[in-house]
Write a protein that binds this ligand. Structure first.
Ligand code: ADP
Ligand code: ZN
Length: 607
Protein backbone atom coordinates (compact mmCIF):
# COMPACT_ATOMS: atom_id res chain seq x y z
CA UNK A 1 0.00 0.00 0.00
CA UNK A 2 1.07 3.56 -0.49
CA UNK A 3 1.75 5.10 2.78
CA UNK A 4 1.36 8.83 2.67
CA UNK A 5 2.69 10.64 5.66
CA UNK A 6 2.47 14.35 6.22
CA UNK A 7 5.95 15.80 6.42
CA UNK A 8 6.73 16.53 10.01
CA UNK A 9 8.75 19.65 10.74
CA UNK A 10 10.36 19.47 14.13
CA UNK A 11 10.21 22.33 16.58
CA UNK A 12 13.88 23.03 16.12
CA UNK A 13 13.21 23.87 12.50
CA UNK A 14 11.14 26.92 13.39
CA UNK A 15 13.50 28.14 16.02
CA UNK A 16 16.37 27.64 13.63
CA UNK A 17 14.73 30.07 11.22
CA UNK A 18 14.20 32.64 13.97
CA UNK A 19 17.77 32.35 15.13
CA UNK A 20 19.06 32.76 11.61
CA UNK A 21 17.01 35.91 11.15
CA UNK A 22 18.41 37.46 14.33
CA UNK A 23 21.92 36.50 13.32
CA UNK A 24 21.57 38.09 9.91
CA UNK A 25 20.15 41.19 11.49
CA UNK A 26 23.13 41.50 13.81
CA UNK A 27 25.67 40.86 11.09
CA UNK A 28 24.31 43.21 8.46
CA UNK A 29 22.08 45.77 10.10
CA UNK A 30 24.03 46.51 13.24
CA UNK A 31 27.26 47.67 11.57
CA UNK A 32 25.19 49.92 9.43
CA UNK A 33 23.82 51.61 12.52
CA UNK A 34 27.18 52.01 14.19
CA UNK A 35 29.05 52.79 11.05
CA UNK A 36 32.24 53.54 12.77
CA UNK A 37 33.55 52.16 15.97
CA UNK A 38 33.75 54.64 18.80
CA UNK A 39 36.76 54.42 21.08
CA UNK A 40 36.30 55.38 24.72
CA UNK A 41 39.21 57.40 26.14
CA UNK A 42 39.96 59.32 29.34
CA UNK A 43 39.46 63.08 29.65
CA UNK A 44 43.22 63.47 30.02
CA UNK A 45 43.88 62.06 26.55
CA UNK A 46 41.23 64.39 25.16
CA UNK A 47 43.09 67.32 26.72
CA UNK A 48 46.48 66.09 25.45
CA UNK A 49 45.19 65.57 21.95
CA UNK A 50 43.63 69.05 22.00
CA UNK A 51 46.87 70.65 23.14
CA UNK A 52 48.87 68.78 20.51
CA UNK A 53 46.40 69.97 17.91
CA UNK A 54 45.80 66.38 16.96
CA UNK A 55 42.08 66.81 16.78
CA UNK A 56 39.67 67.10 13.90
CA UNK A 57 36.05 67.59 14.80
CA UNK A 58 34.40 67.91 18.17
CA UNK A 59 30.81 67.34 19.09
CA UNK A 60 29.74 68.19 22.60
CA UNK A 61 26.64 66.32 23.64
CA UNK A 62 24.73 66.55 26.87
CA UNK A 63 26.36 63.50 28.38
CA UNK A 64 29.58 63.02 26.43
CA UNK A 65 32.06 64.55 24.09
CA UNK A 66 32.73 62.95 20.74
CA UNK A 67 35.82 63.91 18.79
CA UNK A 68 37.98 62.66 15.96
CA UNK A 69 41.73 62.77 15.36
CA UNK A 70 43.24 65.07 12.79
CA UNK A 71 42.65 62.73 9.90
CA UNK A 72 39.11 62.05 11.07
CA UNK A 73 39.64 58.30 10.90
CA UNK A 74 38.98 57.35 14.49
CA UNK A 75 36.10 58.58 16.60
CA UNK A 76 36.76 58.97 20.31
CA UNK A 77 34.40 59.52 23.13
CA UNK A 78 34.94 60.83 26.62
CA UNK A 79 32.82 61.98 29.53
CA UNK A 80 31.79 65.50 30.37
CA UNK A 81 33.96 67.35 32.89
CA UNK A 82 33.61 70.62 34.76
CA UNK A 83 36.19 72.31 32.51
CA UNK A 84 35.77 76.06 32.02
CA UNK A 85 38.94 76.28 29.92
CA UNK A 86 37.74 73.79 27.36
CA UNK A 87 36.27 76.20 24.85
CA UNK A 88 39.39 78.35 24.95
CA UNK A 89 41.69 75.41 24.43
CA UNK A 90 39.62 74.10 21.53
CA UNK A 91 39.70 77.51 19.96
CA UNK A 92 43.46 77.40 20.23
CA UNK A 93 43.50 74.11 18.47
CA UNK A 94 41.54 75.69 15.69
CA UNK A 95 38.13 74.22 16.33
CA UNK A 96 35.18 76.47 16.11
CA UNK A 97 32.24 74.22 15.60
CA UNK A 98 31.40 72.12 18.65
CA UNK A 99 28.21 70.71 17.40
CA UNK A 100 29.46 69.15 14.19
CA UNK A 101 27.80 65.95 13.13
CA UNK A 102 30.41 63.28 13.66
CA UNK A 103 27.88 60.55 14.06
CA UNK A 104 24.42 60.59 12.71
CA UNK A 105 22.61 59.81 15.90
CA UNK A 106 20.08 57.18 15.17
CA UNK A 107 16.99 58.34 16.93
CA UNK A 108 16.61 56.35 20.14
CA UNK A 109 13.22 55.29 18.93
CA UNK A 110 14.63 53.72 15.79
CA UNK A 111 17.45 52.02 17.62
CA UNK A 112 15.12 50.44 20.14
CA UNK A 113 12.94 49.38 17.28
CA UNK A 114 15.78 47.70 15.46
CA UNK A 115 17.56 46.06 18.36
CA UNK A 116 14.63 44.91 20.44
CA UNK A 117 11.31 45.09 18.73
CA UNK A 118 12.33 43.55 15.43
CA UNK A 119 13.66 40.29 16.87
CA UNK A 120 10.63 39.97 19.13
CA UNK A 121 8.30 40.53 16.23
CA UNK A 122 10.20 37.92 14.29
CA UNK A 123 9.89 35.40 17.06
CA UNK A 124 6.22 36.03 17.45
CA UNK A 125 5.63 35.71 13.74
CA UNK A 126 7.40 32.38 13.58
CA UNK A 127 5.56 31.19 16.67
CA UNK A 128 2.23 32.21 15.19
CA UNK A 129 2.97 30.39 11.98
CA UNK A 130 3.85 27.29 13.92
CA UNK A 131 0.79 27.28 16.14
CA UNK A 132 -1.47 27.85 13.22
CA UNK A 133 -0.01 24.81 11.48
CA UNK A 134 -0.38 22.79 14.64
CA UNK A 135 -3.94 23.89 15.19
CA UNK A 136 -4.69 22.80 11.69
CA UNK A 137 -3.13 19.43 12.36
CA UNK A 138 -4.52 18.77 15.78
CA UNK A 139 -8.03 20.04 15.35
CA UNK A 140 -7.62 23.12 17.48
CA UNK A 141 -7.86 21.64 20.94
CA UNK A 142 -6.24 23.69 23.65
CA UNK A 143 -3.51 21.21 24.37
CA UNK A 144 -2.68 20.82 20.75
CA UNK A 145 -0.71 23.98 21.43
CA UNK A 146 1.93 21.88 23.06
CA UNK A 147 4.16 22.29 20.06
CA UNK A 148 4.24 19.28 17.88
CA UNK A 149 4.36 16.70 20.63
CA UNK A 150 0.73 15.98 19.99
CA UNK A 151 1.08 14.84 16.47
CA UNK A 152 -0.52 11.53 15.75
CA UNK A 153 1.37 8.64 14.29
CA UNK A 154 -1.75 7.23 12.74
CA UNK A 155 -0.67 6.14 9.35
CA UNK A 156 -2.75 7.06 6.45
CA UNK A 157 -3.11 4.26 4.03
CA UNK A 158 -4.43 5.44 0.77
CA UNK A 159 -6.39 2.88 -1.10
CA UNK A 160 -4.33 0.98 -3.55
CA UNK A 161 -4.76 -1.68 -6.14
CA UNK A 162 -2.85 -4.27 -4.14
CA UNK A 163 -5.23 -3.99 -1.21
CA UNK A 164 -6.28 -7.14 0.61
CA UNK A 165 -9.65 -8.57 -0.34
CA UNK A 166 -11.97 -10.97 1.42
CA UNK A 167 -10.73 -13.77 -0.82
CA UNK A 168 -7.29 -13.42 0.74
CA UNK A 169 -8.76 -14.28 4.10
CA UNK A 170 -9.57 -17.95 4.06
CA UNK A 171 -12.19 -19.52 6.28
CA UNK A 172 -13.79 -17.18 8.83
CA UNK A 173 -17.00 -17.21 6.81
CA UNK A 174 -19.20 -15.91 9.62
CA UNK A 175 -16.89 -12.99 10.25
CA UNK A 176 -16.72 -12.17 6.58
CA UNK A 177 -20.48 -12.34 6.24
CA UNK A 178 -20.84 -9.98 9.15
CA UNK A 179 -18.33 -7.54 7.74
CA UNK A 180 -19.74 -7.73 4.23
CA UNK A 181 -22.61 -5.62 5.51
CA UNK A 182 -20.15 -2.89 6.42
CA UNK A 183 -18.67 -3.03 2.96
CA UNK A 184 -22.10 -2.76 1.45
CA UNK A 185 -22.85 0.20 3.66
CA UNK A 186 -19.67 1.99 2.65
CA UNK A 187 -20.53 1.42 -0.99
CA UNK A 188 -24.07 2.52 -0.66
CA UNK A 189 -24.85 4.49 2.50
CA UNK A 190 -28.02 5.93 1.01
CA UNK A 191 -29.74 2.57 1.07
CA UNK A 192 -29.34 2.46 4.83
CA UNK A 193 -30.10 6.05 5.72
CA UNK A 194 -33.21 5.95 3.56
CA UNK A 195 -34.83 3.45 5.83
CA UNK A 196 -33.42 5.11 8.92
CA UNK A 197 -30.95 2.42 9.80
CA UNK A 198 -27.58 3.47 11.07
CA UNK A 199 -24.42 1.46 10.91
CA UNK A 200 -22.70 0.59 14.10
CA UNK A 201 -19.91 3.07 14.75
CA UNK A 202 -17.58 0.50 16.13
CA UNK A 203 -17.06 -3.19 15.55
CA UNK A 204 -15.00 -5.33 17.84
CA UNK A 205 -13.10 -8.24 16.33
CA UNK A 206 -12.40 -10.71 19.09
CA UNK A 207 -10.43 -13.91 18.90
CA UNK A 208 -7.14 -15.59 19.65
CA UNK A 209 -3.91 -14.15 18.24
CA UNK A 210 -3.09 -14.85 14.64
CA UNK A 211 -6.57 -15.65 13.43
CA UNK A 212 -6.62 -12.89 10.86
CA UNK A 213 -8.28 -9.98 12.63
CA UNK A 214 -5.93 -7.42 11.13
CA UNK A 215 -6.32 -9.04 7.74
CA UNK A 216 -10.10 -8.87 7.97
CA UNK A 217 -10.02 -5.18 8.85
CA UNK A 218 -7.75 -4.49 5.90
CA UNK A 219 -9.99 -6.58 3.70
CA UNK A 220 -13.03 -4.50 4.64
CA UNK A 221 -11.16 -1.39 3.54
CA UNK A 222 -9.94 -3.18 0.42
CA UNK A 223 -13.38 -4.39 -0.55
CA UNK A 224 -15.01 -1.05 0.12
CA UNK A 225 -12.17 0.75 -1.61
CA UNK A 226 -11.79 3.30 1.17
CA UNK A 227 -8.74 4.60 3.07
CA UNK A 228 -7.51 2.52 5.97
CA UNK A 229 -6.17 4.14 9.13
CA UNK A 230 -4.37 1.79 11.43
CA UNK A 231 -3.01 2.37 14.91
CA UNK A 232 -2.20 0.05 17.75
CA UNK A 233 -3.73 0.66 21.15
CA UNK A 234 -0.34 0.68 22.76
CA UNK A 235 0.76 3.53 20.51
CA UNK A 236 -1.68 5.83 22.26
CA UNK A 237 -0.13 5.38 25.62
CA UNK A 238 3.04 7.36 25.79
CA UNK A 239 5.35 9.01 28.18
CA UNK A 240 3.55 12.32 28.41
CA UNK A 241 0.19 12.68 30.03
CA UNK A 242 -2.34 14.04 27.62
CA UNK A 243 -0.53 12.74 24.57
CA UNK A 244 -2.79 9.77 24.13
CA UNK A 245 -5.91 11.90 24.26
CA UNK A 246 -4.51 14.29 21.70
CA UNK A 247 -3.59 11.39 19.45
CA UNK A 248 -7.13 10.10 19.62
CA UNK A 249 -8.44 13.54 18.67
CA UNK A 250 -5.96 13.70 15.88
CA UNK A 251 -6.85 10.30 14.51
CA UNK A 252 -10.54 11.08 14.43
CA UNK A 253 -10.01 14.43 12.81
CA UNK A 254 -7.97 12.82 10.05
CA UNK A 255 -10.56 10.11 9.67
CA UNK A 256 -13.43 12.55 9.39
CA UNK A 257 -11.58 14.42 6.67
CA UNK A 258 -11.13 11.23 4.70
CA UNK A 259 -14.57 9.73 5.32
CA UNK A 260 -15.79 7.26 4.26
CA UNK A 261 -12.95 5.27 5.72
CA UNK A 262 -11.96 2.50 8.08
CA UNK A 263 -10.14 3.20 11.32
CA UNK A 264 -8.49 0.11 12.75
CA UNK A 265 -7.35 0.06 16.38
CA UNK A 266 -5.33 -3.06 17.08
CA UNK A 267 -5.01 -4.35 20.64
CA UNK A 268 -7.63 -2.00 21.93
CA UNK A 269 -7.36 -3.57 25.38
CA UNK A 270 -4.18 -1.54 25.83
CA UNK A 271 -6.31 1.57 26.24
CA UNK A 272 -9.79 0.16 26.65
CA UNK A 273 -9.25 -1.78 29.86
CA UNK A 274 -11.68 -1.36 32.72
CA UNK A 275 -11.31 1.89 34.60
CA UNK A 276 -11.23 0.43 38.03
CA UNK A 277 -9.87 3.45 39.87
CA UNK A 278 -7.33 1.32 41.63
CA UNK A 279 -4.32 2.97 43.20
CA UNK A 280 -1.57 3.32 40.70
CA UNK A 281 -3.83 2.72 37.78
CA UNK A 282 -2.73 4.44 34.66
CA UNK A 283 -4.13 7.97 34.48
CA UNK A 284 -2.90 8.47 30.99
CA UNK A 285 -4.62 5.35 29.78
CA UNK A 286 -7.90 6.46 31.33
CA UNK A 287 -7.68 9.89 29.78
CA UNK A 288 -7.06 8.29 26.43
CA UNK A 289 -10.04 6.01 26.86
CA UNK A 290 -12.24 8.92 27.91
CA UNK A 291 -11.20 10.83 24.84
CA UNK A 292 -11.98 7.82 22.67
CA UNK A 293 -15.43 7.54 24.19
CA UNK A 294 -16.04 11.23 23.69
CA UNK A 295 -14.94 11.08 20.08
CA UNK A 296 -17.14 8.09 19.37
CA UNK A 297 -20.13 9.87 20.85
CA UNK A 298 -19.18 13.05 19.07
CA UNK A 299 -19.60 11.94 15.53
CA UNK A 300 -22.89 11.35 13.92
CA UNK A 301 -23.88 7.91 12.89
CA UNK A 302 -23.78 7.43 9.15
CA UNK A 303 -20.89 9.81 8.58
CA UNK A 304 -18.88 7.08 6.94
CA UNK A 305 -16.22 6.52 9.57
CA UNK A 306 -16.28 2.91 10.72
CA UNK A 307 -14.06 1.91 13.59
CA UNK A 308 -12.83 -1.65 13.73
CA UNK A 309 -10.96 -2.74 16.80
CA UNK A 310 -9.25 -6.00 17.60
CA UNK A 311 -8.63 -7.65 20.92
CA UNK A 312 -8.00 -11.06 22.34
CA UNK A 313 -9.09 -10.05 25.81
CA UNK A 314 -12.65 -8.83 25.35
CA UNK A 315 -13.55 -9.46 28.98
CA UNK A 316 -11.08 -6.84 30.17
CA UNK A 317 -12.68 -4.07 28.15
CA UNK A 318 -14.44 -1.24 29.91
CA UNK A 319 -18.22 -1.70 29.73
CA UNK A 320 -18.56 1.88 28.57
CA UNK A 321 -16.65 0.95 25.45
CA UNK A 322 -18.89 -1.95 24.53
CA UNK A 323 -22.24 -0.34 25.15
CA UNK A 324 -24.54 0.44 22.22
CA UNK A 325 -23.45 3.46 20.26
CA UNK A 326 -19.80 2.60 20.61
CA UNK A 327 -18.39 -0.83 19.92
CA UNK A 328 -21.79 -2.39 19.90
CA UNK A 329 -21.11 -5.17 17.47
CA UNK A 330 -18.83 -8.03 18.26
CA UNK A 331 -17.49 -10.27 15.53
CA UNK A 332 -15.86 -13.45 16.77
CA UNK A 333 -12.80 -14.50 14.79
CA UNK A 334 -12.18 -18.00 16.04
CA UNK A 335 -9.47 -20.52 15.39
CA UNK A 336 -10.13 -22.13 12.03
CA UNK A 337 -11.85 -25.52 11.85
CA UNK A 338 -10.69 -28.32 9.60
CA UNK A 339 -12.16 -26.79 6.47
CA UNK A 340 -10.87 -23.38 7.41
CA UNK A 341 -7.38 -24.71 7.98
CA UNK A 342 -7.42 -26.42 4.61
CA UNK A 343 -8.52 -23.20 2.93
CA UNK A 344 -5.85 -21.16 4.71
CA UNK A 345 -3.18 -23.67 3.73
CA UNK A 346 -4.31 -23.44 0.13
CA UNK A 347 -4.26 -19.64 0.15
CA UNK A 348 -0.72 -19.60 1.41
CA UNK A 349 0.38 -22.51 -0.78
CA UNK A 350 -0.45 -20.35 -3.79
CA UNK A 351 2.46 -18.15 -2.89
CA UNK A 352 5.00 -20.97 -3.08
CA UNK A 353 5.97 -23.60 -5.66
CA UNK A 354 4.45 -26.85 -4.56
CA UNK A 355 3.95 -30.31 -6.08
CA UNK A 356 0.57 -30.84 -7.65
CA UNK A 357 -0.85 -33.70 -5.61
CA UNK A 358 -0.53 -32.39 -2.05
CA UNK A 359 -3.27 -33.64 0.24
CA UNK A 360 -4.12 -30.42 2.01
CA UNK A 361 -6.89 -32.00 3.98
CA UNK A 362 -4.43 -34.41 5.52
CA UNK A 363 -2.13 -31.56 6.48
CA UNK A 364 -5.05 -29.58 7.90
CA UNK A 365 -6.07 -32.60 9.94
CA UNK A 366 -2.58 -32.91 11.34
CA UNK A 367 -2.41 -29.24 12.25
CA UNK A 368 -5.40 -29.31 14.53
CA UNK A 369 -5.67 -26.25 16.73
CA UNK A 370 -3.30 -24.19 14.61
CA UNK A 371 -4.16 -20.55 13.99
CA UNK A 372 -4.04 -18.87 10.60
CA UNK A 373 -0.70 -17.31 11.43
CA UNK A 374 0.70 -20.69 12.42
CA UNK A 375 -0.56 -22.25 9.20
CA UNK A 376 1.07 -19.49 7.19
CA UNK A 377 4.23 -20.22 9.10
CA UNK A 378 3.93 -23.96 8.41
CA UNK A 379 3.77 -23.34 4.67
CA UNK A 380 6.76 -21.05 4.84
CA UNK A 381 8.76 -23.53 6.91
CA UNK A 382 8.01 -26.18 4.32
CA UNK A 383 9.33 -23.93 1.58
CA UNK A 384 12.48 -23.25 3.60
CA UNK A 385 12.95 -26.98 4.09
CA UNK A 386 12.70 -27.58 0.37
CA UNK A 387 15.31 -24.94 -0.28
CA UNK A 388 17.58 -26.46 2.34
CA UNK A 389 17.33 -29.80 0.57
CA UNK A 390 18.06 -28.18 -2.76
CA UNK A 391 14.67 -28.98 -4.25
CA UNK A 392 12.66 -26.74 -6.52
CA UNK A 393 9.23 -27.64 -5.19
CA UNK A 394 7.65 -28.16 -1.81
CA UNK A 395 6.48 -31.69 -1.15
CA UNK A 396 3.88 -33.20 1.12
CA UNK A 397 6.62 -34.43 3.45
CA UNK A 398 7.95 -30.89 3.79
CA UNK A 399 4.58 -29.74 5.01
CA UNK A 400 4.22 -32.63 7.41
CA UNK A 401 7.62 -32.09 8.91
CA UNK A 402 7.09 -28.36 9.20
CA UNK A 403 3.93 -28.88 11.25
CA UNK A 404 6.04 -30.58 13.84
CA UNK A 405 8.63 -27.84 13.54
CA UNK A 406 6.11 -25.06 14.06
CA UNK A 407 4.29 -26.79 16.87
CA UNK A 408 7.11 -28.57 18.66
CA UNK A 409 10.25 -26.86 17.44
CA UNK A 410 13.14 -28.13 15.36
CA UNK A 411 14.59 -31.58 15.86
CA UNK A 412 17.60 -31.40 18.09
CA UNK A 413 19.85 -33.59 16.05
CA UNK A 414 22.76 -33.52 18.43
CA UNK A 415 20.83 -33.84 21.65
CA UNK A 416 21.90 -37.09 23.18
CA UNK A 417 19.41 -39.03 25.20
CA UNK A 418 20.73 -41.94 27.16
CA UNK A 419 19.26 -45.32 26.32
CA UNK A 420 17.45 -45.36 29.60
CA UNK A 421 15.93 -41.95 28.96
CA UNK A 422 14.90 -42.97 25.49
CA UNK A 423 13.25 -46.07 26.88
CA UNK A 424 11.42 -44.06 29.52
CA UNK A 425 10.17 -41.58 26.96
CA UNK A 426 8.99 -44.44 24.74
CA UNK A 427 7.01 -45.97 27.57
CA UNK A 428 5.64 -42.60 28.56
CA UNK A 429 4.34 -41.73 25.11
CA UNK A 430 2.99 -45.21 24.46
CA UNK A 431 1.33 -45.06 27.87
CA UNK A 432 -0.71 -42.03 26.80
CA UNK A 433 -1.62 -43.59 23.51
CA UNK A 434 -2.50 -47.00 24.90
CA UNK A 435 -4.79 -45.62 27.59
CA UNK A 436 -6.51 -43.49 24.98
CA UNK A 437 -6.84 -46.38 22.54
CA UNK A 438 -8.27 -48.76 25.08
CA UNK A 439 -10.90 -46.25 26.20
CA UNK A 440 -12.16 -45.32 22.78
CA UNK A 441 -11.22 -48.34 20.68
CA UNK A 442 -9.82 -46.15 17.95
CA UNK A 443 -6.45 -44.88 16.83
CA UNK A 444 -5.50 -42.31 19.46
CA UNK A 445 -2.66 -40.67 17.64
CA UNK A 446 -1.46 -39.96 14.15
CA UNK A 447 2.15 -40.26 14.98
CA UNK A 448 4.53 -40.41 17.90
CA UNK A 449 8.17 -39.49 17.60
CA UNK A 450 10.78 -39.49 20.33
CA UNK A 451 13.27 -37.19 18.67
CA UNK A 452 14.08 -34.34 21.04
CA UNK A 453 12.83 -30.96 19.95
CA UNK A 454 14.22 -27.48 20.40
CA UNK A 455 11.12 -26.63 22.37
CA UNK A 456 12.41 -28.97 25.07
CA UNK A 457 9.94 -31.77 24.47
CA UNK A 458 11.60 -35.17 24.36
CA UNK A 459 8.79 -36.85 22.57
CA UNK A 460 6.06 -35.54 20.44
CA UNK A 461 2.60 -36.91 19.84
CA UNK A 462 0.47 -35.79 16.96
CA UNK A 463 -3.12 -36.17 18.11
CA UNK A 464 -5.94 -37.23 15.89
CA UNK A 465 -8.22 -34.40 15.00
CA UNK A 466 -11.62 -35.50 16.18
CA UNK A 467 -13.34 -33.01 13.97
CA UNK A 468 -15.22 -30.20 15.55
CA UNK A 469 -16.36 -31.05 19.02
CA UNK A 470 -18.62 -28.62 20.77
CA UNK A 471 -19.75 -30.76 23.67
CA UNK A 472 -17.83 -33.12 25.85
CA UNK A 473 -19.55 -35.56 28.15
CA UNK A 474 -18.41 -36.13 31.68
CA UNK A 475 -17.09 -39.57 30.71
CA UNK A 476 -15.11 -38.10 27.84
CA UNK A 477 -13.46 -35.59 30.11
CA UNK A 478 -12.63 -38.33 32.58
CA UNK A 479 -11.14 -40.39 29.77
CA UNK A 480 -9.03 -37.47 28.75
CA UNK A 481 -7.73 -37.07 32.26
CA UNK A 482 -6.94 -40.76 32.33
CA UNK A 483 -5.05 -40.36 29.05
CA UNK A 484 -3.02 -37.50 30.48
CA UNK A 485 -2.06 -39.61 33.46
CA UNK A 486 -1.25 -42.58 31.21
CA UNK A 487 2.30 -41.40 30.53
CA UNK A 488 3.25 -41.31 34.18
CA UNK A 489 1.40 -44.58 34.84
CA UNK A 490 3.42 -46.34 32.14
CA UNK A 491 6.68 -45.06 33.61
CA UNK A 492 5.71 -46.37 36.99
CA UNK A 493 4.66 -49.76 35.72
CA UNK A 494 7.44 -50.40 33.25
CA UNK A 495 10.43 -48.45 34.53
CA UNK A 496 9.60 -48.59 38.19
CA UNK A 497 10.29 -44.93 38.92
CA UNK A 498 8.69 -41.65 37.91
CA UNK A 499 10.34 -38.79 36.06
CA UNK A 500 9.91 -35.09 35.51
CA UNK A 501 8.63 -35.72 32.00
CA UNK A 502 5.01 -35.59 33.08
CA UNK A 503 4.84 -31.99 34.25
CA UNK A 504 2.80 -30.77 31.32
CA UNK A 505 0.44 -33.74 31.56
CA UNK A 506 -0.13 -32.99 35.21
CA UNK A 507 -0.94 -29.40 34.44
CA UNK A 508 -3.44 -30.31 31.74
CA UNK A 509 -5.10 -33.01 33.81
CA UNK A 510 -5.47 -30.66 36.76
CA UNK A 511 -6.95 -27.94 34.60
CA UNK A 512 -9.57 -30.32 33.23
CA UNK A 513 -10.43 -31.78 36.60
CA UNK A 514 -10.78 -28.36 38.13
CA UNK A 515 -12.97 -27.14 35.31
CA UNK A 516 -15.24 -30.17 35.78
CA UNK A 517 -15.97 -29.06 39.31
CA UNK A 518 -15.85 -25.30 39.14
CA UNK A 519 -17.26 -24.57 35.70
CA UNK A 520 -19.03 -27.56 34.21
CA UNK A 521 -21.06 -28.44 37.29
CA UNK A 522 -19.94 -32.07 37.17
CA UNK A 523 -19.44 -32.69 40.86
CA UNK A 524 -22.09 -34.05 43.16
CA UNK A 525 -21.36 -31.73 46.07
CA UNK A 526 -21.51 -28.43 44.31
CA UNK A 527 -23.78 -29.17 41.39
CA UNK A 528 -24.41 -26.32 39.04
CA UNK A 529 -22.67 -23.58 40.95
CA UNK A 530 -20.09 -21.49 39.16
CA UNK A 531 -17.05 -21.41 41.35
CA UNK A 532 -14.74 -19.92 38.80
CA UNK A 533 -15.00 -17.44 36.00
CA UNK A 534 -12.84 -17.58 32.94
CA UNK A 535 -10.86 -14.38 32.62
CA UNK A 536 -8.80 -15.05 29.60
CA UNK A 537 -10.81 -16.97 27.10
CA UNK A 538 -8.54 -16.43 24.12
CA UNK A 539 -5.20 -16.48 25.80
CA UNK A 540 -4.88 -19.76 27.59
CA UNK A 541 -8.16 -19.55 29.43
CA UNK A 542 -7.07 -18.64 32.92
CA UNK A 543 -9.78 -18.73 35.51
CA UNK A 544 -10.23 -16.89 38.74
CA UNK A 545 -11.87 -18.38 41.78
CA UNK A 546 -15.08 -16.88 43.02
CA UNK A 547 -15.86 -18.82 46.13
CA UNK A 548 -15.02 -18.90 49.79
CA UNK A 549 -11.71 -20.22 51.01
CA UNK A 550 -13.48 -23.15 52.58
CA UNK A 551 -15.12 -24.11 49.30
CA UNK A 552 -11.80 -23.63 47.53
CA UNK A 553 -10.10 -26.13 49.75
CA UNK A 554 -12.95 -28.57 49.20
CA UNK A 555 -12.56 -28.05 45.43
CA UNK A 556 -8.86 -28.81 45.76
CA UNK A 557 -9.65 -32.00 47.61
CA UNK A 558 -12.05 -33.14 44.93
CA UNK A 559 -9.63 -32.31 42.14
CA UNK A 560 -7.08 -34.54 43.79
CA UNK A 561 -9.69 -37.27 44.09
CA UNK A 562 -10.69 -37.13 40.43
CA UNK A 563 -7.13 -37.29 39.21
CA UNK A 564 -6.22 -40.09 41.59
CA UNK A 565 -9.17 -42.11 40.39
CA UNK A 566 -8.25 -41.62 36.75
CA UNK A 567 -4.62 -42.39 37.44
CA UNK A 568 -5.65 -45.70 38.98
CA UNK A 569 -7.83 -46.38 35.98
CA UNK A 570 -4.94 -45.71 33.62
CA UNK A 571 -2.66 -47.93 35.64
CA UNK A 572 -5.12 -50.80 35.57
CA UNK A 573 -5.56 -50.45 31.80
CA UNK A 574 -1.82 -50.57 31.33
CA UNK A 575 -1.23 -53.51 33.66
CA UNK A 576 -3.93 -55.47 31.90
CA UNK A 577 -2.17 -54.80 28.60
CA UNK A 578 1.38 -54.99 29.85
CA UNK A 579 2.55 -57.14 26.94
CA UNK A 580 1.20 -54.69 24.39
CA UNK A 581 2.70 -51.80 26.29
CA UNK A 582 6.10 -53.48 26.15
CA UNK A 583 5.79 -54.38 22.50
CA UNK A 584 4.72 -50.92 21.42
CA UNK A 585 7.34 -49.19 23.53
CA UNK A 586 10.06 -51.42 22.10
CA UNK A 587 8.87 -50.62 18.60
CA UNK A 588 8.95 -46.89 19.28
CA UNK A 589 12.32 -47.17 20.98
CA UNK A 590 13.79 -48.94 17.96
CA UNK A 591 12.19 -46.86 15.23
CA UNK A 592 11.91 -43.55 17.07
CA UNK A 593 8.60 -42.98 15.39
CA UNK A 594 5.31 -44.83 15.11
CA UNK A 595 2.24 -43.94 13.11
CA UNK A 596 -1.36 -44.43 14.13
CA UNK A 597 -1.80 -47.34 11.75
CA UNK A 598 1.30 -49.14 12.95
CA UNK A 599 0.14 -48.59 16.47
CA UNK A 600 -3.28 -50.13 15.86
CA UNK A 601 -1.77 -53.01 13.91
CA UNK A 602 0.45 -54.02 16.79
CA UNK A 603 -2.33 -53.47 19.30
CA UNK A 604 -4.79 -55.66 17.44
CA UNK A 605 -2.37 -58.44 16.50
CA UNK A 606 -2.63 -61.64 18.51
CA UNK A 607 1.06 -62.17 18.98
P1 ADP B 1 -4.40 -11.13 14.24
O1 ADP B 1 -4.58 -9.71 13.92
O2 ADP B 1 -5.71 -11.86 14.46
O3 ADP B 1 -3.45 -11.43 15.36
P2 ADP B 1 -3.30 -11.21 11.62
O4 ADP B 1 -4.44 -10.71 10.84
O5 ADP B 1 -2.21 -10.25 11.90
O6 ADP B 1 -3.78 -11.86 12.98
O7 ADP B 1 -2.72 -12.49 10.88
C1 ADP B 1 -1.37 -12.79 10.87
C2 ADP B 1 -1.02 -13.57 9.62
O8 ADP B 1 -1.61 -14.86 9.66
C3 ADP B 1 -1.55 -12.94 8.38
O9 ADP B 1 -0.63 -12.05 7.83
C4 ADP B 1 -1.78 -14.13 7.46
O10 ADP B 1 -0.62 -14.44 6.75
C5 ADP B 1 -2.08 -15.25 8.40
N1 ADP B 1 -3.52 -15.52 8.52
C6 ADP B 1 -4.24 -15.49 9.65
N2 ADP B 1 -5.52 -15.81 9.43
C7 ADP B 1 -5.63 -16.06 8.12
C8 ADP B 1 -6.72 -16.42 7.28
N3 ADP B 1 -7.95 -16.62 7.76
N4 ADP B 1 -6.47 -16.60 5.96
C9 ADP B 1 -5.23 -16.40 5.47
N5 ADP B 1 -4.18 -16.03 6.21
C10 ADP B 1 -4.35 -15.87 7.52
ZN1 ZN C 1 3.14 -37.04 28.72
Amino acid sequence: MNEVKKPKKPLIFYYGIALLAVLLFNLIAMPWIAERQIKEVGYGQFMTMTEEGNIGQVQVQSNRILFTDKEGKQVYQTGIMEDPGLVERLHKAGITDFSGQIIKETSPFLSILLTWVLPIVLFIAVGQLMTRQLMKKAGGGPDSMTFNLGKSNAKVYVKSASGIKFTDVAGEDEAKENLAEIVDYLHNPGKYSEIGASMPKGILLVGPPGTGKTMLAKAVAGEADVPFFSISGSEFVEMFVGMGASKVRDLFRQAKEKAPCIVFIDEIDAIGGKRDGRMGSNDEREQTLNQLLTEMDGFEGNNGVIILAATNRPETLDPALTRPGRFDRRVPVELPDLKGREAILKVHAKKIKIVANVDFEHIARMASGASGAELANIVNEAALRAVRDGRKEVSQADLEESIEVVIAGYQRKNAIMTDKEKMTVSYHEIGHALVAAKQTNSAPVQKITIVPRTSGALGYTLQVDEGNRYLLSKEEIENRIATYTGGRAAEEIAVGTVTTGASNDIEQATKLARAMITRYGMSEDFGMVALETVTNQYLGGDASLSCSAQTASEVDRQVVEIIKKQYEKAKSILTQNKDKLDELAQYLYKNETITGEEFMKILNSDA
